[in-house]
Every structure is written in C-alpha cells, then in structure tokens.
Design a protein. Structure first.
Length: 138
C-alpha cells in the first residue's frame, strides 16, 4: 500500500489519533479542574421521559440543584443510571459544579476517569501506528 491511498490512511489515522488524544487530555483536565474548584452540593435526581429522537441508552436523568447564589439549575446527568450505580428518581447524589458555569457538573465517585485515560491512550497509539506506517510505507 503506497502512493495516495497509503498517504490518506496515514494522515487520517494520525488526525484521528490526535483528536482522540486531545479529547482524553481535555476531559482529564476538566475533571481535575472540577475536583479542585467545583462547589459540592447534593442534587435531586429527576427521571425524564425520553423523546422519540433521544438516542442515549439508557436515558440520562436530570439533576437539579441550587447554586451558592440561590439559582436552581437543572442539567442532564453526565453519567447514566446503571444497576451497579443507580440514580433513582427522587434520590439525591453528590455533585460538584463549576461556579463560573453551573451547567458543568461531575457526579462524585462516577468521574469516568478511565474513559478519559482510554481516549488518550488509544489516540496516542493511533498516532504512533500512523507515524510508523508512514515511515515504513511512504
């Protein structure tokens, strides 16, 4: 595989790797920032009726909480309710929100750190494989 087709594979592989790596790094940075500056509160879990165009399975519940300045904020949960970690309707979960943008929340204990590390690792691997292919083939 050489020529234009090989070049296209190498370029798209490298670009995909860079995008995946950056997604993981930015996700980890946001998690660290919210752990550091996020305001801890208890959020009320509210079930929602999924719309026909809703494709998230399982549907993510709504989280409702009050900010330090008294505003009531309602956001989609960043994590779904699972059998292992249920988010029951009417229950409360600990969250941290960004005081500058209260729509940015993290559910305590369910940060999905492994997913962010996986994105960074797979992106780096894709980039390395693309560079190796580029050196070997082109």
């Amino acid at each position: 595989m050489g020529g234009t087709a090989g070049f296209a594979v190498v370029v798209f592989g490298a670009l995909g790797g860079v995008v995946a790596y950056l997604a993981g790094v930015v996700g980890l940075r946001d998690l660290r920032r919210l752990r550091r500056v996020g305001v801890p509160v208890r959020a009320l879990v509210r079930a929602r009726v999924p719309a026909p165009e809703d494709r998230s399975l399982p549907p993510r519940p709504l989280l409702q909480f009050e900010t330090e300045d008294g505003r009531v904020v309602e956001v989609f949960s960043p994590v779904p309710s699972t059998a292992r970690h249920p988010l029951p309707d009417g229950g409360y979960v600990p969250v941290r929100y960004d005081p500058a943008d209260p729509r940015q929340v993290v559910v305590e204990g369910r940060e999905r750190r492994r997913l962010e590390y996986a994105f960074a690792a797979v992106g780096l691997l894709m980039l390395l494989v693309s560079v190796t292919l580029g050196v070997a083939v082109l």
